[in-house]
Design a binder for this molecule. Structure first.
Ligand SMILES: Nc1ncnc2c1ncn2[C@@H]1O[C@H](COP(=O)(O)OP(=O)(O)OP(=O)(O)O)[C@@H](O)[C@H]1O
Ligand SMILES: [Mg+2]
Length: 326
């Protein structure tokens, strides 16, 4: 659980990431300020295109071209990642902060055995570690993942989708990072494998004393694992609260809309709700609340001014509805 008295392990301050394109500038991440505490699981949710992956990648200073930092800082234990030189970054990636991606098939090299993947992952950071030791360490991590050691000799095509995804986690954890970033880690898996994967991630979080940032468009999945949830809309953070707070009383009308889209077996729901409208175009700076055109509670001010993210006793939201308090 997050302990607000702790120093944040990651402190994102006023972060903006832009993609200059021919017709203007895409503001993929805008003014995001967010502290992540040691040992917590933070879920980042929002619809497609709201900037989740751009935010996640920026934590490793891995913006997709032509993305670049507009402004801000990302402090990892007090040092700004965005100011690190290439050598320091290479050393930090994987060793301190590791990431697993949505599609494990494209992330594994089809010409390399699982064993070779592990040897390279270790030797990139520790060139003096011999092959036998690398294999021992790989076997140990595979055991934690519930995978037999003899699978090390296999190639990616010989593994199921769920198995490949577990290998990806093994590779991410082999150097015992502090922080694991997982960007839509279950999108390529079927629902049964997804359920097992979620349980595994919860177990590894404890076992490896990890801080986890879990990015997903699936609020239901995130709720099973996360301590807190950050909701993004149009590149901005629009709500940040504990899972209980979000489920008991979502403040932002966008979060309320997302909650209505989560299937609930306790309710007699005949149809799944869908949120009308589509996410905003991120080209250019917004001059109004980006959610206003879809918001059932929009007021005049929402159409003329961007609401700031405000603190309400530890939880935060960016909505003009709460100018007088929550
Ligand atoms: N290479 C690029 N060039 C220009 N714009 C981009 C590029 N990559 C992403 N964007 C834009 O940045 C915004 C955020 O994209 P991002 O991939 O971070 O969203 P996301 O929330 O991860 O979406 P998804 O759920 O589909 O993965 C989108 O509007 C997208 O169109
Ligand atoms: Mg994404």
């Amino acid at each position: 659980m997050p302990d607000s008295a702790n120093e944040p392990i990651l402190d994102i301050r006023d972060l903006s990431i832009i993609y200059p394109i021919s017709i203007g500038t895409v503001h993929a991440v805008q003014d995001v300020t967010l502290s992540i505490y040691k040992g917590e699981v933070l879920g980042i949710v929002g619809e497609s295109g709201c900037g989740k992956s751009t935010l996640g990648l920026s934590i490793l200073k891995l913006m997709k071209p032509p993305g670049r930092i507009g402004s801000g800082s990302i402090l990892y234990k007090g040092t700004d990642i965005l100011g690190m030189d290439d050598r320091t970054l290479l050393d930090m990636r994987g060793r301190n902060i590791a990431m697993i991606f949505q599609n494990p098939l494209t992330s594994l090299d089809p010409l390399m055995s699982v064993e070779r993947h592990f040897i390279e992952a270790i030797q990139v950071h520790e060139p003096r570690t011999g092959v036998p030791e690398c294999i021992e360490r790989a076997k140990k991590i595979l055991a934690d993942l519930g995978i037999e050691g003899n699978r090390l000799k296999e190639y990616p095509y010989q593994l199921s989708g769920g198995m490949r995804q577990r290998i990806m986690i093994g590779l991410a954890l082999i150097l015992h990072p502090d922080i694991l970033l997982a960007d839509e880690p279950t999108t390529a898996l079927d629902v049964i494998v997804e359920a097992g994967f979620t349980e595994l991630l919860i177990r590894l979080h404890e076992l490896y004393n990890l801080t986890v940032v879990l990015i997903s468009h699936n609020l239901g999945l995130v709720a099973q694992m996360a301590d807190r949830i950050a909701v993004m809309y149009g590149g901005r953070l629009v709500e940040l609260a504990t899972v209980n707070q979000i489920f008991e009383k979502p403040l932002h009308p966008y979060t309320q809309g997302l909650m209505n889209c989560v299937p609930n077996i306790l309710l007699e729901q005949k149809e799944l709700n869908a949120m009308p409208g589509s996410p905003p175009d991120l080209v250019g700076e917004p001059t109004a609340c980006p959610f206003a055109p879809r918001c059932p509670k929009a007021m005049d001010i929402c159409r003329s001014r961007v609401p700031p993210l405000k603190d309400y006793g530890g939880r935060r939201t960016a909505c003009w509805l709460y100018e007088g308090g929550v």
